[in-house]
Write a protein that binds this ligand. Structure first.
Ligand code: CA
Length: 218
């Protein structure tokens, strides 16, 4: 999973990052809301871990902003605030869960798995796109009842485009989607994946916006 960690205390962020990476997650750690907001606009994450007291603002206002922008990524608040009112405020603003500091690293890991499973259930429905029926939960694509096989990387690229709907997705966001596989991304890798996806799914399904990125053709 790709995890966005927003936490200004290195003494907390470092061990948490190491613990999650040891569990084969990819963690991107930022210490300010400003950096995190740019990251979340250009990359896809499976879960966000959000501290509330950050040097450039309050995590709760970040939470409200990203939910107002219809970002559905699960968000878990990490905070020393243990007042019930803060917890309710966070959940009302769209957080999925709440972990009180100091926390046990395994507990955070367990909470991540729980919110992601819940979120996967919510989006398990099949998406219909032209003559394709796409099931996000089991990563399958069918045309007229026939299974179209996509490689893991092709699926990674396709899924980012699907989730962004008609928004232009920069090439860099697609590259980060396949960085998770651990190897170097060659300079023309995205073009190659896009061309294979077009061959498999329909040649005008993915539109190239020169210098900007790609969208799915509605
Ligand atoms: Ca803090």
């Amino acid at each position: 999973m790709r995890i966005l960690l927003i936490e200004d205390e290195a003494a907390l962020a470092r061990p948490l990052t190491e613990h999650l990476e040891a569990d084969h997650h990819l963690v991107e750690w930022f210490g300010t809301l400003d950096e995190a907001e740019s990251a979340i606009q250009t990359s896809e994450y499976d879960v966000v871990l959000l501290d509330l007291q950050l040097p450039d603002g309050d995590g709760l206002s970040f939470l409200s902003r990203v939910r107002a922008a219809h970002l559905r990524t699960p968000i878990i608040i990490l905070t020393a605030r243990d007042k019930v009112s803060d917890r309710i405020d966070g959940l009302n603003r769209g957080a999925d869960d709440y972990v009180i500091k100091p926390f046990d690293l395994d507990e955070v890991k367990a909470r991540i798995h729980t919110v992601c499973r819940r979120s996967a259930d919510q989006i398990a429905q099949t998406i219909m796109l032209r003559d394709l029926s796409i099931c996000l939960s089991d990563r399958s694509v069918f045309r007229a009842g026939t299974d179209i096989h996509l490689t893991a990387k092709e699926w990674g690229v396709f899924e980012v485009l699907l989730r962004r709907k008609s928004k232009i997705v920069p090439k860099e966001s697609l590259e980060t989607a396949i960085y998770a596989f651990g190897d170097e991304v060659e300079s023309n890798a995205i073009e190659a994946h896009i061309s294979r996806l077009r061959a498999k799914l329909g040649k005008d399904l993915i539109v190239t916006h020169r210098g900007l990125g790609y969208t799915l053709h509605p």
